[in-house]
Ligand binder design. Structure first.
Ligand code: 5GP
Length: 201
């Protein structure tokens, strides 16, 4: 059995990442979502241990000190990090793992795990991103401005990703399909299949 594939997914707030992730997960039975630790407040509808592990800043710092996190970063005032152990356990069992993380953390994972495949999801345009953020109706204009500024910074890191997927309006399925194709292609990479050649010789 071959080891699973680590997939890093990033994209700005409002790009539609969670809908895309949901679609990808539905279509790929051997894909697991990495549950991050965060110090931010739990939102309505979120479940501790499923959406995130909601922890105090003290507990988060303890995880950092004990080297329990594969990566971590601060994002708009809160800490987010990926617990390393569950990832390696799942990869060893042959599961693919999806990390939905922001750009600073993504670059740390790329450094530590060169075999990871990274995908940046972008909106068709900044105007469209602004429209989507405004359309949610639950975010103050000042916060929208801040998120757009953050998005511009995130876009400057996008050229360091392996793949770019455009989240066209109303086309969640197409973006999910592209990501599924990327995962499939990653499995066909030589270093993931070299054992097959060795078995033949
Ligand atoms: P939210 O608070 O809206 O759930 O997430 C805010 C941002 O944090 C998103 O861009 C999300 O991808 C990112 N994020 C979630 N978990 C992690 C993590 O473990 N590490 C890093 N670096 N970013 C994360």
């Amino acid at each position: 059995m071959s080891r699973g594939q680590l997939i890093i997914l990033s994209g700005p707030s409002g790009v539609g990442k969670s809908s895309i992730v949901k679609k990808v997960m539905e279509q790929h039975p051997k894909l697991r979502f990495s549950v991050s630790a965060t110090t931010r407040e739990i939102r309505p509808g979120e479940v501790d241990g499923v959406s995130y592990y909601f922890v105090t800043r003290e507990r988060f710092m303890e995880m950092v000190q004990r080297n329990e996190l594969l990566e971590y970063a601060e994002y708009v005032g809160n800490c987010y990090g990926t617990p390393a152990k569950p990832i390696d356990e799942a990869l060893d069992l042959g599961y693919d793992i999806l990390l939905d993380i922001e750009v600073q953390g993504a670059m740390q994972v790329k450094e530590k795990r060169p075999d990871a495949v990274s995908v940046f999801i972008m909106a068709p345009s900044f105007e469209e991103l602004e429209r989507r953020l405004t359309g949610r109706g639950d975010t103050a204009p000042e916060k929208i401005k801040k998120r757009l500024e953050t998005a511009r910074k995130e876009y400057t890191v996008a050229p360091r990703y392996d793949y770019l997927v455009v989240s066209e309006t109303g086309k969640v399925e197409e973006a999910a399909d592209e990501i599924l194709s990327i995962i499939k292609a990653a499995h066909c990479r030589l270093h993931n299949r070299i054992h097959l050649l060795k078995e033949e010789n």
